[in-house]
Design a binder for this molecule. Structure first.
Ligand code: SF4
Ligand code: SF4
Ligand code: SF4
Length: 275
């Protein structure tokens, strides 16, 4: 197999990010976009490259590279609220800047192509939660997904209220909202992981961003598919899946299909190379 063919995926990923980087750089006349999207593209392409090289922690490398960059550099140093409140804030002010662009690319339109890749490879919340001991859920999934709509509504009401009440110094408030929001996310995420014996419990029941991610990723171009000719129905793929996806069903309506984070644990574990 030629080198280019073998590493086609990381090359394509890198090129897609470069197109976004250069387009935004030239249209917004801001070098930040070139550096930002190039860094993220290189990080993800590196992870996919390491995965092809069968490096066990490839996904974690990307998660840490992108997650720390977004949390520490963009969030804490550049004072950009990259949480959902920041998205509402910039949307209401009509500014198409960091948080709105980030949401448009990673969480709203991007999932039409790469599904919930954000959740598998970049989110700074699960960058921490994935260190916890319950990588594979130890208990059946709960019917608590409705909570995400409450947190989604709460974030929207919080930011709308600030605008309606004409509160001043919103930039500062959004910075502190970012700090407090992250502390709350980590605290709730860790507590739920231990309570439900599932590192991804926060993603499954609480995270408001899934209100965007789930419907868009339903149409995702990149999906893990099952070769029915090879599959022996051993069920191993479902047992190792952190998101309880029935990956042997190729239909878009498969059980928990919009939860797939493209972590590839099922692919790695299949004894028949059916995925
Ligand atoms: S569901 Fe939310 S918390 Fe979980 S990985 Fe995705 S964006 Fe992060
Ligand atoms: S692990 Fe492979 S062989 Fe087993 S059920 Fe899943 S796809 Fe089929
Ligand atoms: S184990 Fe497979 S089906 Fe489950 S989330 Fe990861 S890639 Fe998706």
């Amino acid at each position: 197999m030629s080198i280019v063919k073998k590493y086609a995926h990381p090359i394509i990923i890198f090129l897609i990010f470069e197109i976004v980087a250069v387009t935004l750089w030239l249209t917004k006349h801001n070098l930040f976009y070139l550096l930002n999207f190039s860094y993220i593209g290189i990080s993800i392409a590196l992870g996919v490259f390491l995965y092809i090289r069968r490096y066990k922690h490839a996904r974690r490398v990307v998660q840490l590279l992108v997650g720390i960059y977004m949390l520490v550099y963009l969030g804490l140093i550049c004072n950009e609220n990259m949480q959902i409140e920041g998205f509402w804030y910039y949307l209401f002010t009509g500014v198409f800047e960091a948080a709105t662009i980030h949401y448009a690319v990673a969480k709203i339109f991007g999932p039409l192509i790469f599904g919930r890749g954000w959740c598998g490879y970049a989110c700074w919340t699960v960058m921490v939660l994935d260190f916890l001991p319950y990588k594979v859920p130890k208990e059946p999934r709960k019917k608590l997904g409705w909570i995400r709509y409450l947190t989604f509504a709460a974030s929207l009401i919080f930011v709308s209220s600030l605008f309606l009440a004409r509160v001043g110094n919103l930039e500062r408030i959004m910075f502190w909202a970012f700090i407090v929001g992250n502390v709350v996310y980590y605290a709730v995420g860790i507590a739920l992981a231990f309570a439900f014996k599932d590192n991804r419990a926060f993603c499954k029941y609480i995270c408001p961003i899934t209100v965007f991610l789930k419907p868009m990723s339903y149409f995702s171009l990149f999906r893990v598919k099952c070769d029915k000719e090879k599959c022996v129905s051993c069920g191993k793929c479902k047992r190792v899946c952190p998101m309880n996806v029935d990956v042997t069903d190729n239909s878009r309506k498969r059980e928990n299909g919009t939860e797939c984070i493209l972590c590839m644990e099922c692919v790695k574990s299949c004894p028949k190379d059916a995925l």
